[in-house]
Ligand binder design. Sequence first.
Ligand code: T4K
Length: 369
Amino acid sequence: MSKVPPIMVTRPSLPPLEELLPYLEGIWQRGVLTNSGPLHQQLEKALADYLGVPFVSLFNNGTIALLTALKALDLKGEVITTPYSFVATAHAVVWNGLTPVFADIDADNLNLSPAAIEAAITEQTCAILPVHCYGSPCDSAAIADIARRHNLKVVYDAAHAFAVEDAGGSILRHGDLAVLSLHATKVFNTFEGGAIISHSESMKQRVDALRNFGFADEVSLMGIGGNGKMNEFNAAVGLAQLAHIDEALARRAEVAERYRAGLAGVAGIRLPSGQALRHNHSYFPILLDANFPLGRDQLHEQMKQAGIFARRYFYPLICDFTPYKNARGTDAVSQARLAADQVLCLPIYPGLSDAEISRVLDCITGAGR
Ligand code: T4K
């Protein structure tokens, strides 16, 4: 095993501690720790401004936000989703008493294929749950067209898509609702956290009520809610982080550019296509085919031996985990299966040094020699 420090797939960005302390002093003075406190409200507004979206509802994590988004739309039946994602995507469907149906992905951008969505629609279909995988935008125009023609709701799992923009602005504007993760491993983190982006004040009110046990006011419930509230500590972290997000995104772009240059022309390596106008470089996936001298798992292992902890996001496919093996669609996801067998996500985060990037590149380009 190598003696040099390990390189993990990601390292969280943290604001300078002295910038967090004034927020914490305020919390200690006020004694307001949670339940829509002032920092929580401030962060919701600051994020709406930064992201260019009308309504943000903060949550304690992305999974609870996803559960609540599906709940808010009062769905019944089948939800078409991608098997090429983190398990939380499908878990949110099942926790709502809905039935996940898996459709295949597009080989180029690794997001749900509109044609595969359309082919999976039945009388029971009530919604589509696409993922902007690695922050690469889905074909939202095609998905909106399918949803309109079949009268379906669309909830975007935008866990990876903080600050990503297409020609029309933030991609969080697509769908009935979009859900962010603000987890430690994401480009913008509040340690743990999540958010729902709504497009109307009435929908934000509904989401906010469901986040708070379903209370419409002190004496009435609008439904069966949960507890998804973000507390003041996490909101303080978010406010301090936001002051540094642009420099973090800029360094991620530099890292991605160095990887792209270093891997250009290496036989057997393909980069998925991403059509974003502004990308966040939240992940750096590479796909290895038979022309690469090692198999994906061999390279993964060889990198580990060199102290480089790339990750196989997303292997196994969600539909290959036991609870999902009998779901409809699992036999029609050949592109997702191929990607899951070929993908390796390289380390990418703002603190990754040029020397570390070279270590990663040398390990890949020297593989098999
Ligand atoms: N939808 C999608 C498409 C998602 O990808 C996710 C989460 C969700 C929904 C749900 O959102 P949340 O409920 O999580 O907000 C990670 C994350 O836990 C998870 O948030 C993420 N997606 C998923 C893709 O990856 P692991 O098990 O791979 O994380 P872990 O602990 O191995 O961390 C990876 C590396 O990051 C470590 O090797 C070192 C570094 N790290 C991690 C943490 C937590 C740190 O340096 N410090 C830390 O505090 O799941």
